[in-house]
Design a protein around this ligand. Sequence first.
Ligand SMILES: [Zn+2]
Length: 245
Amino acid sequence: MIKRTGFVVSVQEYRESDGLVQLYSEHGLETFVLRGLYKATSKQTGIAQLYTQVEYLFEERPSQIQTVRSGRLVESFREYRQDIHWISYLSIASEILLRVNRESPVNLSFDAFSMLFSLQNPIKYLLYFMADILINLGLGANVDECVSCGSPQVSAFSISQGGLVCSRCLKLYHPKIETSSLDVLKQLRYLFKANLAQFTSILDFFTEVNTVFEIVVDYFEFHSGIHLKSWDFYRKVYYNSGIGG
Ligand SMILES: [Zn+2]
């Protein structure tokens, strides 16, 4: 038997009454079948809840979806899930995982994803997770110099150009310029430069989190070609709750 501990990022019905669970662990994203999950008598519902941490035992069969023999709930994060914002961050991160994984399996960003469950600044760790995924896909922003001419004198961030640009290049192109606020530029730079430990040590530095978040989502959608449905949900939650905006 093999043991796998990870986070449940998707649960859906499969065949008659089975459940199909996508589990994200340091082994990447894997699909498991839970037999009879949707039967009234099922005792497995406790290990098939979204955004919980579970442990599955299974016998590995090559090139097949694995069937869970037994499992246990490691952490329910019950107090977190009262928070609609936390749920929306998790749904964005999970959608990114599920959509990106179709093209290139991801497991490198698992540590960043895990930090979303620490409840210390989950939105900041969502930002970090998105930047980390982009870097792992080879789509990271160029934040060292002007992405067009290499000048160190940068004055804006351009989504279409893929990074920081100088004032001269800003005039040459007609990119969608997201911001020229120096604070935001610095925060974008650190976001794409810092490793997880460094990022954790400078969390307080990220004061423009909502602006940076919108830029990173736009950047992600533009460069990955993936439109995030969960982002639409987030906007609804965010603007209806009256914070920021
Ligand atoms: Zn330039």
